[in-house]
Write a protein that binds this ligand. Structure first.
Ligand code: DAH
Length: 343
């Protein structure tokens, strides 16, 4: 009897493992465990057994029944998993949905691009404090505290005790503090591009209290205005396009002598004058030959060294190039994704 039961168990489990679908498993369940299934048929032989044999065979049959039930259950879940895997089949060659990719903020892109144009001709990008002593932001740039030129650079002063030599602290209203800082850091030749945050208390469609400037400074022996003009034309061509040129207009800044406003020719009429630009030219920003007093304040002898400097707005320059026609620059700082995602 024991052998018969083992054979039945082996046969049943073998068949169950080969079953490919639910229907087949259902059939096997009836075949082995059903009322007139193979297990029950074996019990028909029990009456001929001695009481001990009955107990032994009963226990063995019960175990077999359990093993068959377990095998049926396992195979059922294996078969249904295979089925659902089939349902999830997909074509790997089919074009998929593109994952969303972020991008740099417009201003970060502008800063990187401006730096790279200057870095190609040996300028080194530096950064200096954006909370700065009066000396670097004003006094050392030839603007003593009583000078009316300071009115152009209305500033946020910090409410801290003044330094005995360097004066009060201010949020930098321009990047020109970098000029003195750079002269303190290294001896000429100097080719600096300082891009930093600036602050002035203005808020309207063309001004935000925080904005960015890029400040260039070149100092060496024998630097003159033609170098300044050459660098501006290089920038015009490489940043704005091959037909672009600059022109200089006399101006006044305390820290340069002579001083200029730099204009760039209009992209539409290239300087002839049209409805968009009127004069043919558009203003880029300030520049000039570094004032001898500023060189001295930076520890350099103006009889040996000369240099030029310029300071232009990042936002303004970038907007002029990309033709964004932003009526209002404030959205640049408002983190509204509906605006930012357009670029
Ligand atoms: N710092 C000036 C401003 O914010 C711009 C400027 C003018 C920078 C002339 C210079 C310069 O380096 O030479 O308006």
């Amino acid at each position: 009897m024991a052998e018969k039961i083992i054979n039945l168990k082996n046969e049943a489990i073998g068949n169950i493992l080969e079953a490919k679908d639910e229907k087949e498993l259902e059939r096997l369940k009836i075949l082995y465990l059903g009322r007139s299934g193979k297990i029950n048929q074996l019990t028909k032989e029990f009456p001929h057994f001695s009481p001990e044999e009955k107990i032994k065979a009963g226990r063995q049959l019960n175990e077999t029944k359990k093993a068959i039930e377990e095998a049926l259950e396992n195979q059922l879940s294996a078969v249904s998993n295979q089925l659902s895997a089939k349902e999830e089949w997909f074509d790997v060659t089919e074009p998929s949905i593109k994952p969303k990719i972020g991008h740099l903020h417009l201003l970060t892109e502008a800063i990187r691009e401006i730096s790279s144009v200057f870095e190609k001709i040996g300028f080194v990008r530096v950064r200096y404090p954006e909370v700065e002593w009066d000396w670097y932001a004003f006094e050392g740039l030839n603007m003593p505290s009583t000078h009316p030129a300071r009115d152009d650079f209305e500033s946020f002063f910090v409410d801290t005790p003044a330094h005995p030599k360097l004066g009060r602290m201010t949020l930098t209203p321009h990047t020109s503090n970098g000029q003195l800082r750079e002269m303190e850091r290294i001896k000429p030749p100097i080719r600096m591009i300082n891009i930093a945050r600036c602050h002035r208390p203005n808020w309207d469609i063309t001004h935000t209290p925080t904005f960015h400037q890029f400040e260039g400074l070149v100092i060496d022996k024998g630097i003159n205005i033609s170098h300044l003009k050459g660098i501006f034309d290089y920038f015009a061509v490489n940043f704005f396009g091959k037909d672009r040129r600059t022109r200089l207009r006399p101006f006044h800044f305390q820290f340069t002598e002579p001083s200029f406003e730099v204009d760039i020719n209009c992209p539409l009429c290239l300087g002839k004058g049209c409805r968009t630009c009127k004069s043919g030219w558009m203003e880029l920003g300030g520049s000039g030959m570094v004032h001898p007093r500023v060189l001295e304040n930076g520890g350099l002898d103006p009889n040996i060294y000369s240099g030029f400097a310029f300071g232009w707005g990042v936002e303004r320059t970038y907007i002029m190039r990309s033709g964004l026609k932003l009526g209002d620059i404030r959205p640049l700082y408002e983190s509204d994704l509906r605006f930012i995602n357009q670029f």
